[in-house]
Design a protein around this ligand. Structure first.
Ligand code: PEP
Ligand code: MG
Length: 324
């Protein structure tokens, strides 16, 4: 980090006119915690729990998970830590739980796996709740929700885990629960989903992949994968509107949050929180601190109605360059 960016660490992420957008970190490996704190993250917006499962040669026990999660929560004591339940399948396979499929991104992944294996889900949620005793900064995030039924089943299991623990004498508040919006169906049902949970968090990596029907990891079609696509931006804006109408906060935890140009558009759309890899934090903060909210709004207004991604991208880039 250059000296100038380092100096930003303890300054709030607010525009010149005082519009505050907390910047949170995406974490996975434990070594990233230190990095996130150093860059001034105000919390963790996405802790990818599957990363620690990948480092084991079998499913970690509930107690082992408690210890792992406790380290995340303690590192960010007093600040929110959003723990996503296991998101395996797709491109993330556990060697000790192989999933062989022709279309893994459209197959058994995320919440679909853990709802079919409630024992895995319950052990994980119990471990998260046990880890948060006395700290109370833990939030649960559900990946790959594509229907209200999946959310209802997940919520029932979370309540069951919380009740079981209370009966065992483990006293802890019910953690806030959020849904990832990363499947197109969830965009259309964002309002209904938002009413049932405490917050929404958009996974723009998968949402872009599924909206544009383009594998996020396939180099041959990488030029088709584009977060500036007007359809992607429209979907993101409609999720922000649905969350606001339901009175619930909305964050974004895909790569788009860490790109200053798209971050500015997201703030204008109404995203309350941006979560990104720690290395992107200083740059996004520096850009947001150098402009007014009405400038971000004007940029977003200017983009609406544009027909293609390249037009949007060059418009935003040149406007940001003019602002310096
Ligand atoms: C996403 O899909 O945007 C996301 C944040 O989750 P992951 O990259 O882990 O799928
Ligand atoms: Mg995802």
């Amino acid at each position: 980090v250059s000296r100038g960016l380092e100096a930003l660490k303890d300054l709030p992420c607010e525009t010149l006119c005082g519009h505050h957008t907390p910047l949170l970190a995406n974490t996975g490996l434990e070594t990233e915690l230190h990095h996130a704190i150093e860059r001034g993250a105000e919390g963790v917006g996405l802790y990818r729990t599957e990363v620690s499962f990948l480092l084991h040669d079998r499913f970690p026990s509930e107690s082992e998970q408690v210890a792992i999660y406790r380290r995340q929560l303690e590192a960010f004591k007093g600040r929110p830590v959003t723990m996503r339940t296991l998101d395996i399948g797709g491109d993330k396979g556990l060697p000790y739980f192989p999933i062989e499929e022709d279309n893994p991104f459209l197959g058994w992944r995320g919440i679909r796996v853990t709802l079919d294996h409630p024992e895995i889900f319950l052990a994980q949620v119990r471990a998260m709740i046990r880890a948060s005793v006395g700290l109370n900064n833990m939030r649960i995030l559900l990946p790959m929700i594509s229907s209200v039924r999946e959310l209802d089943e997940s919520l029932a299991l979370i309540h069951r885990a919380h009740k079981e623990l209370a009966d065992e004498g483990v006293v802890c508040r019910m953690p806030p629960v959020g849904v990832m919006i990363e499947v197109p169906a969830a965009v259309y049902q964002a309002g209904i989903l938002a009413k049932k949970v405490d917050f929404l968090s958009v996974g723009s990596n998968d949402l872009t992949q599924y909206l544009l029907a383009v594998d996020r990891n396939n180099a041959r079609v990488s030029s088709v994968y584009n977060a500036y696509h007007p359809a992607v931006l429209q979907a993101l804006a409609s999720v922000a509107q649905a969350a606001a109408a339901a009175g619930k906060p909305v964050s974004i935890c895909g790569e788009m949050a860490g790109d200053p140009a798209t971050a500015v558009l997201l703030v204008a759309m109404g995203y309350n929180v941006l979560s990104m890899s720690s290395s992107s934090l200083p740059r996004v903060k520096s850009v947001l601190r150098s402009m007014r909210k009405d400038q971000a709004d004007a940029l977003w207004a200017g983009v609406q109605g544009m027909e293609c991604a390249s037009e949007v991208e060059s418009y935003v880039d040149s406007a940001l360059q003019k602002m310096g």
